[in-house]
Design a protein around this ligand. Structure first.
Ligand code: ATP
Ligand code: MN
Length: 452
């Protein structure tokens, strides 16, 4: 006998094929109703989709007295027939046999009683929160997103490179990195860290394989207790040979559009469930990305716009400043009401590896910022001339020797190249409208918190 998932059952077109054929279905109880005339209705979910399926149980079934005592969260295995509820136009299961797999001894102590739980409370029980409808939806969307990032890049012939998690190099130059030790000693012969980015390693591979990427964990010890920073998060990093900034912009837009389309197709009900929770009746924010509605603009133009705004202190805004969260919010949510691709930032506020433009003041880079979220993608062309790279290393007061292997890439058969980093959780926040990044990763790590 075949075990069918709820999503498989809901996709059945020709119900006649299942006439008089028992199937098996396994799941967890969401809700239950027992009528006085000796018939019970149990809704179960198995995670295959957001929908539950109703199991109809008549009192002549073995174990009936035990079954009616089951509560939300108990797991059961059902053998039965698929029937069509003509009124509700959906499928139900007429149970012939039910096996209780996992009972809940003391339902009053079960932390997930079927009432409303705040996201803060659920975070404290990260091992149980996947059982909620909300976290099921987020999890399926995250899965679709990451799978399709791979699919898109593989279709475009990018090679997956698993960059190291332990490293002795600091990619950004001055990052806050977690130190890796064993028994308080440096296990390796030099100070080693958890990686803040795999970019430099990808650059080594792009210098022979032309198109490479990785989706991996990133670790940052910044003490930033914000709604959009994690200490451990996941990032897509791409690196392309022989490219111009325009190609990096196009790749960014295309991959976000492609994945948004797939999410909307595969996870429509999950998305609408999330929108309902936000009292939203449209998905325009997703449609805008599918339609590639991004405004491309130079950093200096952004500064000119901010200077003219009376709500900001004029003296604070001058060429050379960082575009802070406050300004990002104003630009994406009030001024442009759109996602922005900001290009060509001053070299002094960007890392040493970025390629300096002809004006000698700015670097060839982009930040893609989204309404309500902030930065989703950061990308750039990389400096590919050894003398210029050495100058950048010096200007940033970095230790040249430490970057010797990276410098080798410029000494031997160098090529123009560039790429971007995309924060997986930031994009999922945007899609799902979940406001805290701690709720879009399975087991969040942040300052003072590393449970699970
Ligand atoms: P921010 O200014 O928002 O802290 P960043 O400039 O440090 O970002 P990058 O180093 O360019 O970001 O990293 C690439 C991408 O990774 C960012 O665009 C963002 O989407 C994501 N990201 C960066 N830091 C974090 C973090 N602490 N937690 C989750 N995602 C992050
Ligand atoms: Mn940061």
């Amino acid at each position: 006998m075949k075990i069918l998932s709820i999503s498989e059952i809901l996709k059945i077109k020709n119900i006649k094929k299942f006439k008089n054929k028992n199937i098996i279905i396994i799941g967890w109880i969401k809700t239950q109703r027992h009528s006085k005339i000796g018939i019970s209705f149990i809704d179960i979910n198995d995670g295959s989709c957001i929908n539950n399926i109703q199991i109809i149980i008549k009192k002549n079934i073995k174990n009936y007295s035990k079954i009616i005592k089951l509560t939300s969260g108990c797991s059961i295995k059902i053998k039965g027939l698929i029937i069509k509820n003509k009124k509700k136009k959906n499928y139900e299961i007429n149970a012939n046999h039910i096996k209780i797999l996992g009972n809940i001894k003391n339902p009053k102590k079960y932390p997930l009683s079927p009432k409303y739980h705040s996201l803060e409370f659920l975070r404290k029980i990260s091992h149980l929160r996947p059982r909620t409808t909300l976290f099921g939806a987020i999890t399926r969307i995250r899965n679709t997103f990451i799978f399709n990032l791979h699919k898109y890049l593989q279709k475009k012939k990018f090679l997956l490179i698993n960059t190291p998690i332990i490293t002795s190099l600091d990619t950004e130059g001055h990052s806050k990195m977690f130190v890796v030790k064993y028994n308080n000693n440096n296990f390796f012969n030099k100070k080693s860290y958890l990686s803040v980015s795999g970019q430099l390693n990808l650059e080594s591979y792009v210098c022979s394989l032309s198109k490479v990427y990785n989706i991996g964990p990133i670790f940052r010890a910044e003490n930033s207790n914000t709604k959009k920073h994690l200490s451990e998060f996941w990032m897509l990093e791409t690196e392309l040979a022989f490219c111009k900034l325009k190609e990096i912009i196009n790749l960014s837009k295309n991959i976000l559009s492609y994945c948004s389309k797939k999410i909307l197709k595969n996870n429509k009900k999950d998305i609408y469930h999330l929108m309902n929770l936000n009292n939203l009746n449209n998905i325009n924010h997703i449609k805008n990305i599918i339609k590639k509605k991004f405004i491309e603009i130079d950093y200096y133009e952004i500064i000119n716009i901010l200077k003219k705004e009376k709500i900001f202190k004029k003296n604070n805004i001058k060429w050379g400043i960082n575009i802070s969260t406050e300004y990002e919010k104003f630009l994406t949510e009030k001024y442009f009401k759109s996602a922005l691709i900001i290009k060509n930032y001053p070299k002094n506020i960007k890392p040493f590896y970025m390629k300096i433009n002809k004006d000698k003041k700015t670097v060839s880079c982009i930040d893609i910022i989204f309404p309500n979220i902030g930065e989703i993608i950061g990308g750039s062309l990389r400096e590919n001339k050894i003398n210029k790279l050495d100058k950048n290393i010096k200007r940033n007061k970095l230790n040249k020797e430490k970057y010797n292997w990276y410098r080798d890439l410029r000494k031997y058969g160098t090529i123009p190249h560039g790429g971007f980093g995309l924060g997986i959780e930031r994009f999922i926040m945007y899609i799902t409208k979940i406001k805290n990044i701690r709720d879009v990763i399975p087991f969040p790590k942040y300052p003072n918190y590393s449970n699970f």
